[in-house]
Design a protein around this ligand. Structure first.
Ligand code: TRP
Length: 431
């Protein structure tokens, strides 16, 4: 539940549908499904297995499976780069999550007809953005400092099912509105000629890595908390299925919602005829759509933005856990202190981005998710397949699934992460 809470986040409900919308809908869906199962799932398994075997944070874990001095140094660099990357990812993630929270409070303000407050909450003022960044990071710090069992596990297993229920209720509502069918058509009827577009593949790969929280040690650290009794390939498969499933389901909400908005006179294309994607989609198109729904729209808005806040929180805690677990295990700092200090650092970086939004936001997003994440994901595959002894890997997986040796998983996966994943990631990357 916690690992799928990490995977399911803004990436599924905002990133995937908008990426799909701007990359030909159904064609993107097909490419994404293929890449998520063929590249991201094997990379996810690499992280989970290393994590459970080492029972430690990213840096210590990679070092413990390395033997020579050179590979130990590489382990340190990869683990450290992952930690820096995830700190920056959390910084921009908190800004977007802050917007979601602001819109959530806006719905409450509207219910009580507090129009001045509502106007402020929907403004894009740096003060509003700063306050909500601080609030969001505070919540994340609070959960993380409560620890794994009472913080992460308790909240993920409460929040995840409510998210799914809300999502499905919203789909039923939106799909019944005029215009929704056009959105469904774009999303579900593929135009395969678009698959030859390299940009589509790069986007789909980046999306799959971001969505499964790969490359930065998040899944590794969650792997380190998994009991030896668990069957890892099945568990990882479940997390991947849930994550991919929720993205696909979120597409059933967002694409129809965009076309409902269009038929209500809301602008969904920019001046170049391209979709208004990225941050613009949810914070401008959707509130406009909710407004056109009359009184019921406020409740739909409340439900939607609480869903977004929930999804963000179960992801942000998994990001903060990466540097926090390192500080605890490597430097012996207490959990509470580590969460507070690292939370403060994240807030500082976020505020820097808020006040220099225009160049910084896009740059941080693209450096961390497009440049850093796939390369680090590649490094994790190399550690699992080239650095670590094959026997040790098998021994680890066998703990929870004694018959794995004869399974399809063990026949395919080791070869796969050793050769296919690195080459495929590099090919897509250089394109
Ligand atoms: N996967 C989450 C999402 O889809 C975000 C996330 C959580 C993440 N932990 C991560 C992204 C680590 C990159 C790295 O929203």
């Amino acid at each position: 539940m916690a690992a799928s809470g990490s995977a399911v986040g803004l990436g599924n409900i905002w990133g995937f549908p908008t990426n799909a919308a701007s990359n030909g809908g159904a064609a993107f869906l097909c490419a994404y499904l293929f890449l998520a199962f063929a590249l991201a799932y094997p990379a996810l398994m690499a992280e989970l297995i290393i994590g459970r075997a080492a029972r430690a944070n990213g840096i210590s874990a990679l070092q413990s499976i390395s033997s020579g001095n050179r590979s130990r140094l590489a382990a340190f660099l990869v683990g450290f780069a992952g930690m820096i990357t995830v700190t920056f990812i959390l910084s921009f993630y908190s800004i977007v999550s802050g917007w979601m929270m602001a819109h959530f409070f806006d719905s409450i303000a509207e219910i009580f007809k507090l129009m001045t407050i509502s106007n402020w909450l929907t403004s894009d003022a740096p003060l509003r953005n700063s306050l909500f960044v601080i609030l969001f990071v505070l919540l994340t710090v609070k959960i993380i400092s409560a620890g794994v069992k009472d913080g992460i596990e308790k909240w993920a297993s409460r929040l995840m099912p409510s998210l799914l229920i809300l999502l499905i209720l919203l789909i039923f509502y939106v799909v019944s509105l005029p215009g929704a069918v056009d959105g469904l058509r774009v999303y579900l009827v593929p135009d395969f000629s678009q698959l030859s577009d390299p940009a589509l593949l790069v986007d789909a790969m980046g999306q799959a890595f971001f969505s499964l929280s790969l490359g930065v040690g998040t899944m590794l650290i969650y792997g380190s908390y998994i009991s030896d009794k668990e069957n890892l390939p099945a568990l990882g498969g479940l997390v991947a299925l849930l994550d991919i499933g929720i993205a696909v389901i979120a597409g059933l909400l967002i694409l129809p919602a965009m076309y409902v908005a269009l038929s209500n006179g809301v602008e969904i294309f920019d001046s170049n005829g391209e979709f208004i994607a990225g941050p613009g989609l949810i914070v401008s198109v959707l509130p406009n759509l909710f407004e056109t729904m009359g009184a019921g729209g406020i409740l739909v808005s409340l439900a939607f933005f609480s869903l977004m806040t929930i999804a963000s929180l179960t992801s942000s805690i998994s990001m903060l856990e990466v540097p926090v677990s390192y500080a605890i295990e490597y430097h012996g700092i207490s959990r509470k202190r580590a969460s507070i200090w690292i939370g403060a650092l994240v807030t500082l970086i976020s505020l820097l981005i808020v006040f220099n939004f225009d160049p910084l936001f896009d740059q941080v997003v693209s450096i961390t998710t497009e440049l850093s994440q796939p390369l680090l994901g590649l490094a994790f595959c190399i550690f699992a397949a080239w650095v670590w002894q094959r026997d040790e890997v098998l021994k680890e997986i066998k703990k929870g699934s004694p018959h794995v040796e004869n399974s399809v998983f063990w026949r395919v996966w080791p070869f796969y992460v050793k050769f296919i994943c690195p080459v495929a990631i590099l090919i897509v990357y250089f394109q």
